[in-house]
Design a protein around this ligand. Structure first.
Ligand SMILES: [Zn+2]
Length: 237
């Protein structure tokens, strides 16, 4: 029985993998991807047609831009979640916590998905790691501000006109952190995601108007390398 289940799971997962974007329908599987804590991803899942058994959840962490799968972990959904039994969801013994070693990821933006029987659980998460801290949002709460023109600046006299690392808000500019914006378009203090990096709007610039963002770099050679690029900009909640 167990082997038959595992085989069914493997086949369903394989079919889902082959038909990326379409959902393999597996009757009875429901649950929810709750969130992230430390290295672990947690939630709950069950098979309503077999409430006494526990299902196996597979958690997949992939790079948001390339889609490359970076971490995979399986966990049995068998912890008791009293809020489930209180809601009349079977025995309530359906909680899972899968260790996916999130602390070993470098800075970047990742997508976290959980599957049971090849069916993705609701609430896919977007995980943004920036300067050691991790921000988690559900994918639906990242709001696109549209396509912006992005350029680069540095503390040199030519770029900052003598301001150096001093910004219009008083913050000291830092790479992979500071951007100059038109505060009428993006208010100071906003955190935005550009090309997988979270920046904070804390500077302005004479030439930075409308849908234009100037990204701070430490050196002028980096600004030359960056040049001018179009990028979709997302506002973090
Ligand atoms: Zn410069």
């Amino acid at each position: 029985m167990k082997y038959k289940f595992l085989f069914t799971f493997a086949v369903t997962a394989f079919l889902t993998f082959c038909s990326f974007g379409t959902k393999a329908f597996a009757a009875g599987y429901t649950g929810y991807l709750d969130g992230v804590s430390g290295d672990s991803v947690s939630g709950w899942a069950w098979d309503s047609s077999s409430p006494q058994s526990s299902v196996t959840v597979e958690v997949v962490v992939s790079d948001e831009e390339s889609g490359t799968v970076l971490k995979k972990s399986s966990a049995a959904a068998q912890e008791h979640y009293s809020h489930l039994s209180a809601q009349g969801i079977g025995t309530g013994n359906y909680g899972f916590s899968a260790d996916v070693a999130l602390s070993s990821l470098s800075d970047g933006t990742y997508t976290v998905r959980a599957y049971v029987g090849g069916t993705e659980l609701p609430n896919r998460l977007t995980l943004v790691k920036s300067q050691g801290s991790v921000h988690v949002t559900s994918a639906s709460s990242l709001r696109s501000l549209g396509i912006f023109k992005t350029t680069a600046y540095c503390p040199c006299g030519g770029c900052s006109e003598g301001w150096g690392r001093h910004t219009a808000t008083g913050a000291i500019a830092a790479s992979r952190h500071t951007i100059a914006v038109d505060p009428k378009v993006i208010p100071y203090g906003s955190r935005v995601l550009i090309n997988g990096v979270v920046y904070t709007a804390e500077d302005r610039g004479g030439g930075v108007k409308g849908n234009h963002i100037d990204i701070f770099f430490d050196t002028h050679s980096e600004t030359r390398q960056y040049g001018t690029r179009s990028a979709e900009v997302f506002l973090l909640p």
